[in-house]
Ligand binder design. Structure first.
Ligand code: AMP
Ligand code: GLY
Length: 428
């Protein structure tokens, strides 16, 4: 198969690496900045903004790719799938209309409500900041404030956690295209990603991401500092019944999209808050998570190229997909000042003797020398029979990087996991 991978981060490196395990798969890649990891797996690379659809379309024609795998959300929102499909290229990724599940938070909530899909928190959509301000003043309790459009995962503000009432009002006034205000959910977050072919859904192992910048879950939200998964593909604070409910919600979404005339093909990412009353939807993404792709894809024991054929051909079923029963821990290395004031251009060195998988993200490579840019730099993924072993491997590699960078030591530790379990027990 000849396939175009769109995107240049750690997530797309994980996608490319999983595709490259099939020797008959030829990878071409489009990315804004050269990702050394992807480039070394690809037969050709186009350095271009990922939303420059005409340039990507021309490159797809030139290389003769039959398939495309869309990593990030921005090109989905720009309609890349609609455009490539019109050229006969089969895409892993939803059309612009179906990607609204991620790109338009009001669309997502309204769909859940109209179709009576479980797990929707109480919410209100406001296009006019003044009305939103009046609602906040009236409500009395804590709310989650979500800008309607894409914000790279950094747009949400939680009252009682990140902002007080005055801060919430200032923030809402700055959101000119409007906000969704939701009840603040209390619980433990988890991610359920699935392959979807328009009608069928096959789930991947559960993952827990860590959005906050610093150890102990404090500081500003980031794109995700790291994540872990367990050998049984579940999480100990998610019961069987919680898991079934989350899966049912995802299946209902796929059914709803099909009924509304915009069948969903690609990767569906469900972000859930496991609350005292079971899982509630924080959001859906129309793509793999970054870092969560790096937890699940290295465990995939089936051929991703076959799965691509099944997703695009509408023949997906569980017999085509299996994952190793191992734990994974992913730790992102980021510039010291990330996310608020990262300093680009700093040299980092890696001790290559350590045993984790390494994924390139926002990092420049020049004759073997690596230097930081402004976003997440590199990720290390430890894999092992237990969480402890996977964490030990990831930690060893992450701690062997020198330079003005940092990472969260606590991700994937038993201590943190015990805290999650205790938190859930306390809520129920
Ligand atoms: P999002 O960009 O929607 O993924 O939100 C970013 C983060 O904000 C999530 O990972 C949650 O930690 C938090 N969040 C979003 N919505 C809510 C909510 N309704 N209640 C509590 N926390 C939320
Ligand atoms: N890890 C969160 C995301 O990819 O949106």
């Amino acid at each position: 198969m000849k396939i175009l991978v769109v995107g240049g981060g750690g997530r797309e490196h994980a996608i490319a690496r999983a595709l490259a395990r099939n020797n008959d798969t030829e990878i071409f890649a489009v990315m804004a900045k050269r990702n050394f990891g992807i480039a070394s797996l690809a037969k050709g690379v186009l350095l271009r903004g990922e939303t420059d659809i005409p340039a990507i379309k021309a490159y797809a024609r030139k290389t003769g790719v039959e398939y495309a795998f869309i990593g990030p959300e921005a090109p989905l929102e720009a309609g890349i799938v609609d455009e490539l499909s019109s050229d006969g290229i089969a895409c892993v990724g939803p059309t612009r209309a179906a990607a609204k599940l991620e790109t338009d938070k009001a669309f997502c909530r309204d769909l859940m409500e109209e179709q009576r899909i479980d797990g929707c928190p109480k919410y209100r959509v406001f296009h006019n900041p003044a009305d939103a301000v009046a609602f906040i003043k009236d409500y009395g309790g804590d709310l989650a404030i979500k800008p309607i459009g894409l914000t790279g995962g950094k747009g949400v503000r939680i009252m009682g956690e990140q902002v007080d009432m005055a801060g919430a009002i200032t923030y809402v006034k700055s959101q000119k295209s409007g906000v969704v205000l939701e009840e603040r959910l209390i619980g433990e977050e988890f991610t359920l990603q699935a392959f979807v072919d328009g009608a069928h859904l096959v789930p991947m192992p559960l993952v827990q991401d860590h959005k906050r910048a610093f150890e102990g879950d404090i500081g500003p939200n980031t794109g995700g500092m790291g994540s872990y998964s367990m050998p049984d593909h579940r999480l100990p604070f998610v019961s069987d019944s919680d898991y079934r409910k989350a899966l049912e919600i995802m299946l209902s979404i796929v059914g709803a999209m099909e009924r509304t005339g915009h069948p969903y093909k690609g990767i569906l990412y469900g972000q859930f808050m496991n609350t005292a009353d079971g899982p509630k939807v924080i959001e859906f993404n129309a793509r793999f998570g970054d870092p969560e792709a790096m937890n699940v894809l290295p465990l995939l024991s089936s051929d991703l190229s076959d799965i691509v054929r099944a997703i695009t051909g509408g023949s997906l079923d569980t017999s085509k997909v299996s994952f190793d029963q191992k734990a994974t821990v992913c730790k992102y290395i980021v510039p010291s000042g990330y996310p608020d004031s990262p300093t680009p251009g700093e040299t980092i060195t890696i001790d290559s003797s350590a045993g984790a998988l390494m994924y390139y993200a926002n990092v420049e490579e020049n004759k073997g020398k690596l230097s930081t840019l402004t976003s997440r730099t590199l990720a290390f993924v430890g894999i092992g029979p237990t969480l402890e072993e996977a964490e030990r491997v990831a930690e060893q590699s992450a701690s062997a990087v020198s330079g003005p960078v940092r990472y969260r030591r606590d991700i994937g530790t038993r201590t943190l996991l015990e805290q999650r379990i205790a938190h859930m027990k306390e809520l129920r």
